[in-house]
Design a protein around this ligand. Structure first.
Ligand code: SAM
Length: 480
C-alpha cells in the first residue's frame, strides 16, 4: 500500500468519523482538476508511479480521466505490467468461487439473488452437497476458494460451511485457503470467522456514492451504507488483517467510485498500518430477474464502462495501490482477460459457476447470480496463462506462514515478496502439472516452469530444484 505522504488534503480532513472515510466533495474537486490536466502532467504521473510508492488521490483522478486518450491508456497498462512484475513476478494466482446459498434478505437492484426475484429457486447447500462441490473443484486442481453467500440471519451456517470445505479431501486434493465474500459481519462474528481460519475477508462497497448506494439498495440490512463502509474497520479491530475491497463497476461514474476505492484503501493504510490485501474489479453483468441488469435493461445503463475504460481502471488501480493484489474474474471475456494478464492483474478465477451447486450441473442454465463471460475450464485458462508468458500459481503460503497484515506489507514494500511468490508458484504449478493437467498443458507448462526456474537467484534456485524433485518423488504441499 501507498505509505508515503503524497496526499495532504484528504487525510488532514479525516477526523476518523465514518463520514470522513470518503470525502465526496474532495473527490469531485480532484476529478474536476483531473479533467483539465495536460499531457505533460499525465506523463509525469505515470513515470512517478513506476517508483512504486503509490499515487495521491489527485494524481489518481488525473489518470482516471484519460479514457479518451488511447496512447495514455497504453502507457498506463505498460506501467501497470512493470509494477506488478517488479513486485510479484510473473505469477498469477488462481481461485474458484463457491456459492453456498442464494437466500438473501436484501433487494439490490442488480443482483439475481435479490429478495423480490421470485423466479429463482432458493437453496442452501447441505454439508454433503458442499463436500461434493469441493471434491469437484479439488479434482480440477483448485487449492484456493472464495466462499460466497447471500445475506441471511443464519451466520452459523457460514462457519459450518468453512469447516466442511477445509475438511474435504479427495485423492491428493485439498483446499488450503478459503477466502469469504459475506455480508458485513459484526465484531464478534469476525472473531468467529478468524477462529475457523478464513483467508481474506472480501466485501465490495458496490458504490461509494451515497445517493446511488441508497437507490441501489432500497431495503434490508444492506441499505445501511455506513455499516458496510465500516466493515473493514471491524475486521481489523477483530484481528482479521487480510481484507479485500472493490466496487461494482457500472453502478455509478467509475471515476468517482475508483477514486473513492483508492481513498478507502489509503484510509485503512493510515489508520491500521495495512491497506487492502487485494482489490477486485467486478464489472456489471446481465443478472436475470433484476430491474437494472436484465437482458433488456443492462445496456440502457449510462454508467456501463466501455472496454477501454475498464482497462484503464485496472491499470490505474495498479499504479495507485502498487502493493495490492488485483483480482480479475470470469465476468470478463477470455480476450479481455488475456490482455489484462499482462497489465497489473495478480489473481484470477477460472472454471467458475455462480449458480449454487453449479459445479455438478451439466446444463449451463442462466440461474447464477449473474452471467459470466469466460466459461473455459481451469485447464484451458491455465494453458492460456502459460501462453501469455506468465506462471500459474496455486500458492496459499503467505497466509499459512502468517505473512498477512503488516508482516506482508514489510515484505511487499522493499520488493522481497517476489522471493517467495515465484518459487511457491513454481512448486504449486508443478503439483498441478503432475496431478491435474491435460497433456498439452503439461508440456507447455513444464517448459515455462524450467524457464522461470532459471530466473531465480542461485541459492533459491537450488533449493526450489530440490523441492521440485521431492514433489516428483511423491511429496506434496511444499512451500517457503
Ligand atoms: N452477501 C454478500 C454481500 O453482502 O456482499 C455477497 C454479495 S454477492 C453474492 C457478491 C458480489 O457480486 C456483490 O458484492 C456484487 O458486487 C457482485 N454482483 C452482484 N450482482 C452483479 C452483477 N449483476 N454483475 C456483476 N457482479 C455482480
Amino acid at each position: 500500500m501507498c505509505s508515503h505522504p503524497v496526499i495532504k488534503k484528504p487525510q488532514d480532513k479525516i477526523k476518523w468519523s465514518n463520514e470522513k472515510i470518503i470525502d465526496e466533495a474532495f473527490i469531485w474537486q480532484a476529478l474536476e482538476a483531473g479533467r483539465r490536466a495536460g499531457t505533460e502532467q499525465v506523463k509525469w504521473i505515470i513515470t512517478k508511479a513506476l517508483e512504486k510508492k503509490g499515487l495521491s488521490l489527485e494524481e489518481t483522478a488525473v489518470l482516471l480521466c484519460q479514457d479518451q486518450q488511447p496512447e495514455r491508456l497504453s502507457e498506463v497498462l505498460e506501467a501497470a505490467r512493470r509494477i506488478k512484475e517488479e513486485i510479484y513476478g510473473k505469477r498469477l494466482v488462481f481461485f474458484a468461487p463457491l456459492y453456498i446459498g442464494n437466500q438473501c434478505v436484501n433487494n439490490c437492484l442488480y443482483c439475481a439473488y435479490r429478495r423480490d426475484h421470485r423466479g429463482l429457486e432458493r437453496r442452501t447447500l447441505s454439508p454433503g452437497e458442499i463436500t461434493r462441490q469441493v471434491e469437484i473443484l479439488e479434482d480440477q486442481g483448485h487449492k484456493r476458494l472464495l466462499m460466497v453467500a447471500g445475506d441471511t440471519p443464519d451466520f452459523q451456517s457460514n462457519l459450518e460451511a468453512l469447516k466442511t470445505i477445509y475438511a474435504t479431501r479427495k485423492n491428493q486434493g485439498e483446499i488450503r485457503r478459503v477466502n469469504v465474500n459475506l455480508a458485513p459481519p459484526t465484531l464478534d462474528q469476525f472473531r468467529e470467522l478468524k477462529a475457523v481460519g478464513i483467508g481474506t475477508y472480501q466485501c465490495f462497497q458496490e458504490t461509494y456514492h451515497r445517493m446511488t448506494y441508497q437507490y441501489m439498495h432500497p431495503d434490508g440490512p444492506k441499505a445501511d451504507y455506513f455499516w458496510r463502509l465500516t466493515v473493514m474497520d471491524r475486521a481489523f479491530q477483530a484481528g482479521v488483517d487480510d481484507v479485500s475491497t472493490g466496487v461494482l463497476l457500472g453502478l455509478f461514474d467509475y471515476r468517482f467510485d475508483v477514486a473513492a476505492l483508492v481513498m478507502h484503501g489509503q484510509y485503512l493504510d493510515k489508520r491500521y498500518g495495512v491497506g487492502p490485501h487485494a482489490v477486485s474489479v467486478p464489472r456489471l453483468r446481465v443478472a436475470h430477474g433484476t430491474p437494472l441488469c436484465d437482458d433488456n435493461t443492462l445496456e440502457a445503463n449510462k454508467y456501463l464502462l466501455s472496454d477501454d475504460q475498464f482497462k484503464l481502471v485496472v491499470g490505474v488501480i495498479r499504479l495507485a495501490l502498487p502493493y495490492t493484489g488485483l483480482i480479475l474474474t470470469t465476468r470478463e471475456t477470455p480476450a479481455m482477460r488475456q490482455e489484462l494478464f499482462n497489465a497489473g492483474v495478480s489473481q484470477v478465477s477460472a472454471g467458475s459457476q455462480t449458480e449454487v451447486g453449479g459445479y455438478n450441473r451439466e446444463d449451463q442454465r442462466p440461474a447464477g447470480q449473474f452471467e459470466i463471460e469466460d466459461r473455459r475450464p481451469l485447464d484451458e485458462v491455465v494453458r492460456n496463462v502459460v501462453e501469455s508468458g506468465n506462471i500459474p500459481s496455486f500458492c496459499t503460503a503467505c497466509y499459512r506462514k502468517g505473512r498477512t497484515g503488516e508482516v506482508i506489507m514489510d515484505l511487499l514494500k522493499p520488493g522481497t515478496i517476489k522471493n517467495y511468490c515465484l518459487p511457491n508458484a513454481l512448486l504449486t504449478f508443478k503439483e498441478y502439472l503432475m496431478d491435474y493437467a491435460s497433456r498439452g498443458t503439461r508440456e507447455a507448462g513444464e517448459k515455462q516452469l524450467a524457464g522461470q526456474l532459471m530466473g531465480l537467484e542461485e541459492n533459491m534456485r537450488a533449493e526450489t530444484t530440490r523441492r521440485l524433485e521431492r514433489l516428483e518423488n511423491g511429496e506434496r504441499d511444499l512451500y517457503f
